[in-house]
Design a protein around this ligand. Sequence first.
Ligand code: SAH
Length: 501
Amino acid sequence: MADVYLIGAGPGDPGLLTVRAKELIETCDIVVYDYLANAEFLSYARPDAEIIYVGKKGGDHTLPQDKINDLLVDRASQGKSIARLKGGDPYVFGRGGEEAEELIAAGLTFEVVPGITAGVAAAAYAGIPVTHRDHTTSVCFITGHEDPTKEKSGHNWDVYAKSTSTLVFYMGVGNLPMIAEKLISGGRDPKTPAALVRWGTRCTQESMVATLETVADEAARRGFKAPSIIIVGGVCSLADKLSWFEKRPLMGKGVVVTRAREQASGFADTLREMGACAFQFPTIEINPLPDYAEVQAAIGQIENYDWLVFTSVNGVLKFWEQLDGMGLDTRVLGGRKVAAIGPATAEALVARGVRPDFVPPKYVAESVVAGLIERGVGQGTKVLIPRARVAREVLPEELSKAGADVTVLPVYETGLNEDGPEELVAKLDAGDIDYVTFTSSSTVENFFQLLAPEKLKQYPDVKLACIGPVTAKTLAEYGFTPDIQPEDYTIPALAAALAND
Ligand code: SAH
């Protein structure tokens, strides 16, 4: 056990964190992070962990380096374990070495967790391998922003210029004209390919390839700013051929996910894999019931039912929570037939050892009813529907009409998530949102309780996507028609429809 962990948080893509780093964020008492460390990782921290932002964006230091050092020493001396997160790798232009020296001087112990450095990762995500046998035998990491108080430059521009190395500059955008000029005047061919990658590995990644003689003008024209990596060398000519990340269908598109946080991660992950910048704005809160006596009673007499019909993943989750709590397991379902209203619900059942007897081809209540009747549900069939307290009544009503003896069993409640819309509005104002997605009528209703319809109308370029006709109808009640609506009423189909747009 060390006192302080100097952790590389990688270049930004949440998947590019090491297993060791995640483990430490999950267990440390304090997490200290800066500008380039993806704030998403903070969700791994313990709920009671202290989170400290120490900033650093260009020259604007939230905390100067000596104060950061003091903070680490001070907190660690109190016996608190510290995860010190830094963008990329802590020892590559991360001042991790200085922090380690301070810790040693204070008699503290530390461990270093290397991270994926931006110079390698941003390049790879832009289609540039930093080495390639046809182009170079070495790679050189260079700061493009030397400490301005340094009397004598540590750079030997002539060596860089004459080498055949791939040159990777960090913190160099501001000095790009000078860098290009020094390399050319030192003897590098002005036609050498040169690339910039901004916000590499993130959904907002942008890249460009030019030549040493054009790169500074081109970067200025396109408005490239920090944080960007500059890469110089023949390997940059491969970018066109090897580009993959920026080709994702939803690359850079801002997509709002309105479903409950508990349900949102699957959808958000799918969107991210398609390149989108998924923004979670959960409109629904999933709450447990104040009392589960009724649920436990139903489970106690489960053999009285012929069919169990699950209408949501949450219904499955909450039902099994009670089963578990009663010291029971899936075996109590014994000979019951089981239906799932859609593929996600079916998956949740399969994960609990239940292969549903019926999953309707169209994922709406009406087709569940038809399918169940086809499978023999009728006069006197006992059907149990574990679901949210308030939900559409079509399913129980239609099954009752068919003669079934239906019991609706509330296993959870949904409510309005009252977190304010400030962050969403800021993103809308900044033009960062391209789509808002609605995956149920209640997401629509709750969304407009949090953000007035008139307000949304102020952003006519933002497209609205609905999972199915019922949701679209609710949207119409607020004066909107969906721009996107998939054929299949599923989350993957909705994601695919966005990609096709
Ligand atoms: N320790 C970090 C580097 C910190 S210096 C690492 O190993 O990656 C800060 C500089 O890193 C930025 O100015 C920029 O040049 C580069 N950088 C960091 N993250 C980046 C990213 N996602 N995309 C492009 N450049 C990045």
